[in-house]
Each structure stands twice: as structure tokens, then as C-alpha cells.
Design a protein around this ligand. Structure first.
Ligand code: 13P
Length: 259
């Protein structure tokens, strides 16, 4: 059994302004650096995903710390007439090391297809960014008994053409759509069941070395109060946090619960 380092992500979505974002980031950095030493990071990998306009400023303070800075999205081309879009090389240029693909708000509000998510994942990895691929079912899909089919289909298309070697730079986030921003967290048992299925899917494609090492985060109304029970599940390797990442107190408490 691999010894996976949990990864705790703070997805700020379209929240914060420059001042509040810098304040949250510096309080997270203070906490994470206080529990790290120079050559031994905290025991959890911590990534903040600010809105695009604040990425460079946030990265200027995360850069020298044990906290990483990531982006919430990217476009599939490197350059060109794509008004409003941002490329992988632009993200790297301002210091992002990681990017989310397939977040449910992009799938369900913006209308991104599984195929587009796969293209974004491939482009990011080819450009040297690590990727957190988000997957998850809607409440109707869950009630119809289709959760595992939906999630495995999103994985197949989201990871299409990705080599076993490149999988070293992939994290999966299981985020049931019905649990995001609703206060309804999946029970640890329900989340663990899907995480096991995700790991089995990765094993069927890439073998057990890759599946044992890949981190699978849970996301959906994670709070300090429920984090410990989720992290106690053997296949839950951290969390992708929305609302509770908007104050350093609650986000740092979730980091602490993962240690
Ligand atoms: P909440 O933690 O606000 O439910 O959001 C989860 C999420 O979507 C993280 O990407």
C-alpha cells in the first residue's frame, strides 16, 4: 500500500478580492510554514486556486513558501484568437504549478463536455502543469444508480491519451455535484465507495503502481467538522475545499485534520 501524501486544495471560485485573497493566503502560508521545516513539508500538500486576476499576486507570496498556487481552468490551445481564455503557458508564466479541469461548475454551468475536459487535461500535462481532474455525479444520476458509470465515463474521457508516466502529475477530485456548496456532504462510506471505484478504474487502465500512488481528493461541503471522518477513509487522500477555504481559520483546520 502506497504512502500517499494528502493534498488539500482551496478553490476560491469567483470569490475574494485582492486584499482578502492576499490575507487568506498569508494566513495559510503562516500556518503551513509553521508546521513544515525547510526540507520536510507539512505532511500535506496545500494548493490555493485564486481567481485568474489574483494568481500572480498570490503566487508572489506562496512562491517562497510550502504552499502552492494553482489555476481554476485553462484553454486547450497555447495561443491565438480565443477571447477571454488563458493558456497553460500563461499560467506557468505567473507561477501556477497546478490546474483544475472538469470542475462541475464548468461542466454544468458553462457546459463543458467530457471531451473538452480531456483535451484540457492533456494540454495542461503536455505543458508541464500538474492537473486535478474533477469528476462527480448529479443527484439524478445518483438516484438512478448511475454514480459509478458516470464517474468512470468522466475518468475515461478526462484522461484519454494520458500515459502512465504522465499520471504521476494527475490528482483526481471526486466532487458529487449535489454536495457542492449545499452543506450536504457525502457520508464517508459513500465517498469511500466511489474512491475505491476510481482507484480500480485507474488500475484497470494503468496498473497498480499508478493506482496505488494517485491521490484522490474528496470535495463537496468539506468543513473542519467533517474533515477528520472523511480523511479516516483509506482511499480519501485529502480534500478540494470551496466555501471553507475562504477563511484561513477553517481551511487551516481542515489541513490540520489531514495530518
Ligand atoms: P464547497 O466546499 O463549497 O462545497 O465546494 C466544493 C468545490 O466545488 C471545490 O472545488
Amino acid at each position: 500500500m502506497a504512502n500517499r501524501t494528502p493534498i488539500i486544495g482551496g478553490n476560491w471560485k469567483m470569490h475574494t478580492d485582492l486584499e482578502s485573497g492576499m490575507r487568506i493566503a498569508s494566513e495559510v502560508i503562516d500556518y503551513v510554514d509553521s508546521i513544515s521545516s525547510e526540507d520536510a513539508p507539512a505532511g500535506a500538500d496545500v494548493v490555493l486556486y485564486p481567481p485568474f486576476p489574483y494568481l500572480q499576486a498570490i503566487e508572489s507570496i506562496t512562491g517562497p513558501s510550502h504552499v502552492q498556487c494553482g489555476a481554476q481552468d485553462l484553454w486547450i490551445e497555447e495561443e491565438g484568437a480565443f477571447t477571454g481564455e488563458v493558456s497553460a503557458s500563461m499560467l506557468k508564466d505567473v507561477g501556477a504549478s497546478m490546474v483544475l479541469t472538469g470542475h462541475s461548475e464548468r461542466r454544468h454551468i458553462v457546459g463543458e463536455s467530457d471531451e473538452l475536459v480531456g483535451q484540457k487535461t492533456k494540454r495542461a500535462l503536455d505543458s508541464g502543469l500538474a492537473v486535478t481532474l474533477c469528476v462527480g455525479e448529479t443527484i439524478n444520476e445518483r438516484n438512478a444508480g448511475n454514480t459509478l458509470d458516470v464517474v468512470c465515463n468522466q475518468l475515461s474521457k478526462g484522461l484519454d491519451g494520458i500515459s502512465a508516466d504522465a499520471m504521476a502529475n494527475v490528482v483526481i477530485a471526486y466532487e458529487p455535484v449535489w454536495a457542492i456548496g449545499t452543506g450536504h456532504t457525502a457520508s464517508p462510506e459513500d465517498a469511500q465507495e466511489v474512491h475505491v471505484a476510481i482507484r480500480a478504474h485507474v488500475e484497470s487502465v494503468h496498473g497498480s503502481d499508478v493506482s496505488n500512488n494517485i491521490c484522490i481528493q474528496y470535495g463537496g461541503s468539506v468543513k473542519p467538522e467533517n474533515a477528520k471522518d472523511l480523511f479516516a477513509c483509506p482511499d480519501i487522500d485529502g480534500a478540494l475545499v470551496g466555501g471553507a477555504s475562504l477563511t484561513a481559520d477553517s481551511f487551516n483546520a481542515i489541513i490540520e485534520a489531514s495530518l
